[in-house]
Design a binder for this molecule. Structure first.
Ligand code: ZN
Ligand code: ZN
Length: 415
């Protein structure tokens, strides 16, 4: 008789760490690794560094943080002190990136870490921090170093996702959800991810070849035509460094996405999941578009927060992203609202109000702002994703000649 043994939590955590090192940042022998993580994620970080050294990384630098210490600072720190930044951290990030190190960031945050603090305090900090780490972000954002953002469960986060169970149950439920979403429960997680990534690459390529002028979304409460930006490019899944080594910048990731045309969105769309925005839940909401702009917005709850998003600036009333995710994605299957964009935006087809991605329009990197707008690429200080997809959604692609063909039926890819 064959006895099956279920992998223990320790086995799964190790498989997850291996996935982050070998697929996420894809550390190569001789390559240093930078890890940024809260102290609460220490068990995962220890496994990550162990695996990196075994692969042949000569040095793993861990920059630790702590939500509670940060909260104390922004609650009680003296006026005028919030522009102080840890320069040594910025220096470490910049110099490791300049050496070509891989960079892994572990999100394990209390969603309410900054609740009750004055927003301008954290804003003052970010204003000083962003330019200090500009050399690092330039290298990461142009895919010249491999980087990956992934998550670890922490009690404060688990309690918000699973409010009705005991603390230890909430933690193990959140870990299970993270493992499900990242395919760690598959027999060979690394192989499962590589296959998933090939899938996304195929989708991306097929969509780029179709050159759709628009996508038409239909579902209960939704009939929306989203025109695509001129010269739009579909993006998603893994990225490739100049030396040909691949990495996955977000784990999980399930979406292929592109830039809508900021003036060619018409119809009505109903959100299929609530939207958590700055700690406020916006539920049961619909938007009506005309010539690209929201002309009507109604929410069952959170109307004020929804209005605040739309009033950010002129671009916040228009779309900057349209993303396709099948209803059978592992994240959708958990049925959870994670209150964390890394997960929630990968649960279903979504659109985003606000800024569009420059790399989603051919040649936009070297265009002026006016040229980008002329192609239909939206600009705003906001970028707010919300879910519109479900297993009841049909999507058609409209070809430049006006004919159309099915892209998704009942939330799943056609072909
Ligand atoms: Zn997205
Ligand atoms: Zn987005």
């Amino acid at each position: 008789m064959l006895r099956m043994t279920t992998p223990s939590f320790a086995d799964r955590l190790e498989a997850y760490a291996e996935l982050l090192v070998k697929v996420g940042v894809n550390v190569q022998p001789g390559q240093k690794l930078l890890v940024r993580a809260p102290v609460s994620a220490a068990p995962l970080v220890r496994l990550v560094s162990d695996i990196a050294y075994r692969i042949g990384s000569p040095y793993v630098e861990v920059l630790w943080s702590d939500d509670a210490v940060m909260r104390s600072r922004f609650l009680h720190g003296p006026a005028g002190s919030f522009g102080i930044i840890p320069q040594y951290r910025a220096d470490a990030m910049n110099s490791l990136a300049a050496e070509g190190a891989a960079s892994l960031a572990i999100l394990a945050d209390d969603p309410d870490a900054l609740a009750g603090t004055e927003p301008e305090r954290f804003a003052a900090y970010q204003k000083a921090w962003r330019p200090a780490t500009r050399p690092y972000s330039d290298l990461a954002m142009s895919d010249r170093i491999p980087w990956c953002v992934a998550a670890a469960a922490v009690p404060e986060w688990a309690r918000k996702v699973f409010p009705n169970v005991a603390q230890h149950e909430a933690m193990s439920a959140l870990w299970d959800a993270i493992f499900t979403a990242t395919r760690v429960l598959e027999a060979d997680p690394v192989a499962a991810w590589r296959e998933h990534d090939r899938d996304l690459a195929r989708r991306k390529q097929a969509l780029n070849e179709r050159r759709y002028a628009a996508l038409r979304f239909r579902a209960p409460g939704t009939d929306l035509r989203v025109g695509l930006a001129d010269g739009h490019l579909w993006d998603g899944g893994g990225s490739t460094l100049l030396n040909g080594v691949g990495f996955v910048a977000n784990m999980p990731t399930e979406e292929v996405f592109t830039a809508p045309h900021r003036e060619r969105v018409d119809g009505v769309v109903r959100a299929s999941m609530p939207l958590a925005y700055n700690g406020i839940l916006i539920e049961d909401f619909s938007l009506e578009f005309k010539d690209g702009a929201v002309v009507r917005a109604t929410a069952g709850t959170g109307q004020g927060a929804l209005n605040a998003i739309l009033d950010t600036d002129a671009g916040a009333r228009r779309l900057g992203e349209v993303a396709l995710v099948p209803a059978s994605s592992p994240i959708a299957k958990t049925g959870l609202l994670f209150l964390e964009t890394l997960f929630d935006e990968n649960a279903a087809c979504h659109i985003a109000l606000g800024r569009g991605y420059v790399n989603c329009v051919q040649g936009a990197q070297t265009m002026t702002d006016e040229e980008r707008l002329a192609r239909g690429l939206n600009d705003s200080l906001a970028h707010v994703d919300f879910m519109i997809g479900s297993d009841q959604m049909d999507i058609d692609g409209e070809l430049p000649d006006g004919s159309s063909e099915p892209v998704m039926r009942k939330g799943e890819w056609v072909g």
